[in-house]
Design a protein around this ligand. Structure first.
Ligand code: HEM
Length: 524
């Protein structure tokens, strides 16, 4: 005789009755149950955490949604300034994350050897299968790769690449001259042209090839837009990195062509150059670059040939390709901020022109053609303006975030348990009044010239290039090209903002991508 499960002598067993009742309750009240679970989880995150004592937006204390929304707004750098003004030096910006405003805390956070490692945020930046120097979160692997990649980025190596930069400056000057010759009263988008310039320099430096942005005076193949879209994705999804597995790392993603960067101009060119120089050996690496100038890819191939175990073929591609992503918007944004502030302040513009004209008269800098790095260093006011631009509008707008080592750590008098994420935002750090003075919110390049000792002290708390073992690898290149192009433009042209008083449009994806730097231009 068969026994129906849970039914004995015609009676329903208590277990079965319980299952039945539970199912009925779950089905009838699933929405309430779900909402209660969310509320209980959020309350747990908010109150059970050792970070509960730190103030911040309510939403941030119980969910990462605040970070996602702030990043998606493109104004997270400004949000962080407001947050710290409202809540103080340590603000809770996610259940397990605080943002610190103190430059001293940021110095410790970024110091090499303090074992604050990169968070999974960086793992979202492509390519996940072969991380580059920026995206590699394993510190030991990162150190190995950086040892090889550092060589071609030294200032001495960069100076060798000066001819590439000089050619690109000539092209930019030709384009401005063409504009002046055609319709000098028309508005010239200096911001766009500086953007094209930064990209073309990187094409030349990395692959000995120009991307053609300056030549064509436009974003060829929407390459810049594609990069910016990809960075927007990285910035937002990086706040909840697990989501990347459902999105870009999902095999279905490749079927959404407008989201993929695989066919982007820059990636295509990098792949072509890799192909052209394979199989790798000393001759194919350097000689095929045309005039035997050793570009970045050639140096990386030579690094790979010396130590193929530690620096594989994939690393050559990842580092050369990553340089375009890391070095273009960042350098362009820095130059745009510089011109925006200089042209917005008549006294600054007058002083800088006076310095340049005096340097030409005294023969310290040439009256025509390009300047060298050393010549640009003889212009203290220009250097002060550059530092001030990187202080008030650093090119990285998102937080630089690190994990507290397992044993926990103290930062600026606060103890944080192991695994806590600590965020530092350059826009906040560079407005610290104790470090930069009561007028830290203002543009005042003179602050860098008042006392050498003070300037050295402030310099220690500048984070525009990050710090420690993750200090920007491309800073020498960026500074070299900026120091060459900026004084040349100021010497040879006179600019006037087309919309004085109008703010630049700024969208922080990882870098602060800016637009709206429109000027009237004439020859000096
Ligand atoms: C003015 C221009 C630039 C600015 C403001 C800038 C800023 C930064 C910052 C703040 C970091 C640290 C990010 C972090 O730790 O999360 C960084 C890292 C990096 N930058 Fe730059 N950068 C610039 C130009 C460049 C250029 C031209 C290149 C390459 C050609 C480059 C390549 C890199 C790489 C590979 C890293 C990762 C370094 C590491 O983690 O060891 N950057 N940059």
């Amino acid at each position: 005789m068969g026994v129906v499960l849970g039914v004995k002598d015609g009676k329903v067993s208590p277990t079965r009755a319980l299952i039945g009742t539970t199912t009925t309750v779950l089905v009838s009240y699933w929405l309430y149950i779900l909402l209660s679970a969310i509320v209980i989880r959020a309350a747990y995150k908010r109150y059970a955490s050792p970070l509960r004592k730190y103030p911040g937006p309510f939403l941030a204390s119980c969910s990462r949604l605040w970070k996602v929304l702030s990043t998606a707004s493109g104004r997270t750098h400004l949000d962080h300034i407001e947050l710290h003004r409202k809540y103080g030096p340590v603000v809770r910006i996610a259940p397990n994350e605080v943002s610190v405003a103190s430059p001293e805390a940021a110095r410790t956070l970024l110091s090499a050897g303090k074992r604050f490692f990169k968070t999974p945020f960086y793992g979202v930046f492509p390519p996940p299968e072969n991380p580059d120097i920026f995206t590699e979160t394993r510190e030991d692997v990162h150190a190995q790769k950086k040892r090889v990649a550092n060589v071609p980025y030294s200032m001495a190596a960069m100076q060798q690449l000066s001819p590439f930069i000089d050619d690109t400056i000539e092209l930019l000057a030709r384009k401005i001259d063409e504009h002046i010759a055609q319709q000098h009263k028309w508005v010239f988008d200096l911001g766009d042209y500086l953007h094209y310039f930064a990209f073309d320099v990187l094409g030349e430096v990395a692959f000995s090839r120009s991307f053609g942005f300056l030549e064509q005076g436009r974003d060829v193949d929407n390459a810049i837009k594609t990069i910016d879209k990809s960075q927007t994705y990285n910035g937002i999804v990086g706040q909840v990195p697990e989501l990347d597995h459902l999105l870009r790392r999902n095999p279905l993603w490749q079927f959404i062509p407008w989201l993929s960067t695989k066919n982007a101009l820059i990636t295509r060119m990098a792949l072509e150059e890799m192909g052209r120089r394979q199989p790798f050996n000393k001759d194919t690496a350097v000689l095929q670059t045309g005039d035997a100038r050793q570009d970045l890819m050639a140096s990386l191939i030579l690094g790979h040939l010396k130590d193929p175990e530690r620096f594989g073929v994939g690393d050559v591609f990842a580092v050369a390709h990553g340089a375009i992503f890391a070095g273009s918007d960042s350098t362009a944004s820095t130059m745009q901020s510089f011109f925006y502030h200089v042209l917005s302040s008549p006294s600054t513009y007058q002083s800088i022109l006076h310095e340049i004209q005096s340097a030409v008269s005294s023969g310290t800098i040439p009256a025509t053609g390009n300047l060298t790095w050393n010549q640009a260093q003889t212009l203290p006011y220009l250097q002060a303006c550059l530092k001030e631009a990187m202080r008030v509008r650093p090119a990285v707008g998102l937080n630089i975030t690190r994990l507290v080592p397992p044993e926990g750590a103290e930062l600026d008098g606060h103890f944080f348990p192991g695994g806590t994420s600590i965020a530092a935002n350059g826009w906040v750090l560079h407005r610290d009044k104790v470090t930069f003075g009561k007028d830290a919110d203002e543009w005042r390049p003179e602050r860098w010239l008042e006392s050498e000792e003070e300037a050295r002290r402030m310099e220690r708390y500048m984070f525009q290039f990050g710090g420690g073992s993750h200090l920007c690898i491309g800073r020498n290149l960026a500074l070299l090209e900026i120091n060459k192009v900026v004084p040349r433009l100021l010497r040879d042209y006179r600019f006037e903002l087309a919309h004085p008083g109008r703010e630049l449009k700024a969208n922080a994806s990882f870098f602060v991508v800016q637009s709206g730097l429109e000027v009237f231009v004439r020859r000096a």
